[in-house]
Design a protein. Structure first.
Length: 468
């Protein structure tokens, strides 16, 4: 399809967005041809940077006319290859959509463009005493539009929910060029099919989001953060469910295997956590709210739960600097792993009580197929990231045996009533495992939905479906 980007089409794109916002040099194309998914690079035929919905609509009409694929590209922090231009075509770079349009303090809402960095939006809300809780580890660089596309979660999803729980309404350009609003700026809406929620998590395959209305909540004023070392990693997973059964809902509950912490501390300068040799894992637990006495009582109750397991001395963060350091350690794990070795990251999720079985199974599968894994993630909602490390493995073993192990890993996850992805999406790299989670009936329903929105299949082709 890429060869259809001839000089006439390039000229038309330049007319739509301006000559200075169409790029087809090799360096720019390569830069927009990758995200954070392993080492994949698929340069598009051209990179186009629109500034408004009307420009996107005109680009999509042109793409339909010439059967050119279009891939929306945001902050390029994705981990499933959702923004890769695997068929060439046009990479629609969304960074000019970078304005927070309105923070409505009366209705506790924000209207934003999709190219706003998630942390920037969170900080703008916090400056007004409001809270947008969704905080993926890449919040300092990912776009809010990408969060919509992947239904991103993060550490605080365990208490506050994920992206879908805050999206009220979306302005969307459909693949055929029409512009619609999907819902209403209301907290309740039982009017027809829920197109808003259909768009959230659709991975840029059904439409391109150009404006977003999000719900906000009041900002909690206090929190308590503790780091709990466990001598047994599976017991750390067992403790997760026990905390909830004790009647406590933490604002964050993160699992970190021993290697994850060790690698993060080597990767980030200035981090220092003393870890005894026989400690296998940690839980990073936060409770938040507005009344310190209640929070300390909850922390004591958590201590009563974890003390029933084999643990070492619990670290309570006693300053904002120490809290920030602990969170920096947790958020740096993925980068630390990537700096050490070629790796594949799988995004498993199970009911939280099944976490010990999942962790045990991951290690057994690794032994069977000859790979090492580093596990960490949002244990409070059952979401465990599994980093499979290549290290000194031969290329042949990496290409032939590891995929068999990944399939077995996903089969285990589904057998535990879980699924293939909790927050990273399916995209390009997981699509061939979709048959594990879904029957052909399920997949055909999704394919038909895709065809209704995108009859010529030009928008982000080759994603999600095994045969695409």
């Amino acid at each position: 399809m890429e060869n259809k980007l001839n000089t006439a089409v390039i000229a038309r794109l330049q007319e739509i967005v301006g000559q200075s916002f169409v790029f087809y040099d090799e360096a720019t194309r390569r830069d927009y041809g990758h995200d954070e998914t392993e080492d994949y690079v698929f340069p598009p035929g051209a990179v186009v940077k629109p500034s408004c919905a009307d420009e996107i609509a005109a680009i999509l009409r042109l793409a339909n006319e010439h059967q050119i694929p279009v891939v929306p590209v945001g902050g390029r922090t994705g981990l499933s290859g959702g923004a890769l231009s695997i068929d060439g075509g046009i990479a629609l770079a969304m960074e000019r959509f970078n304005k927070i349009l309105k923070i409505d303090e009366q209705n506790l809402q924000v209207i934003t463009e999709p190219g706003v960095i998630t942390q920037v939006l969170r900080e703008a809300a916090a400056a007004k005493g409001l809270f947008y809780p969704v905080d993926p580890s890449s919040q300092g660089s990912c776009f809010i539009g990408g969060n919509i596309a992947e239904n991103s979660g993060g550490a605080r999803a365990v208490k506050y929910g994920v992206t879908k729980d805050y999206v009220l309404n979306l302005e969307v350009v459909l693949p055929t060029g029409e512009i619609i609003w999907t819902g209403a700026n209301t907290l309740k809406n039982s009017t027809g099919y829920n197109l808003t929620q259909l768009m959230v998590g659709s991975e840029g395959t059904l439409g391109i989001v150009t404006k977003i209305v999000l719900k906000l909540i009041p900002l909690p004023s206090n929190n308590v953060l503790m780091l709990v070392p466990f001598y047994n990693a599976e017991e750390a997973c067992e403790a997760v469910s026990a905390i909830f059964r004790a009647g406590i809902t933490p604002s964050a509950l993160e699992f970190m295997e021993r290697d994850a912490i060790d690698w993060a501390m080597r990767f980030v300068e200035g981090l220092s956590v003393v870890v005894k040799d026989d400690v296998q894992a940690h839980l990073l637990i936060e409770v938040d709210g507005n009344h310190p006495d209640i929070l300390f009582a909850e922390a004591e109750k958590i201590m009563g739960v974890v003390e029933k397991f084999q643990i070492d001395e619990v670290l309570f963060a006693d300053s904002e600097d120490q809290k920030n350091a602990l969170w920096k350690m947790r958020r740096s794990i993925a980068e630390a792993v990537k700096s050490n070795s070629v790796y594949k990251e799988e995004d498993t999720v199970v009911p939280r009580y099944e976490l010990p079985k999942l962790l045990h199974g991951i290690k057994a599968i690794g032994n069977k197929y000859g790979f090492k894994s580093v596990c960490y993630g949002h244990a409070g909602d059952g979401n465990l990231h599994v980093n499979i490390i290549k290290s000194n493995m031969s290329d042949e073993h990496w290409k032939t045996e590891v995929p068999k192990g990944i399939r077995e890993l996903f089969e285990l996850t589904v057998s535990l009533k879980g699924t293939l992805s909790g927050e990273h999406g399916i995209g390009y790299v997981q699509k061939n495992y979709m048959d594990i989670a879904f029957s052909e009936t399920h997949l055909n329903l999704m394919r038909h939905i895709k065809s209704v929105f995108d009859p010529n299949h030009i928008l982000n082709p080759g994603k999600i479906f095994p045969d695409s």
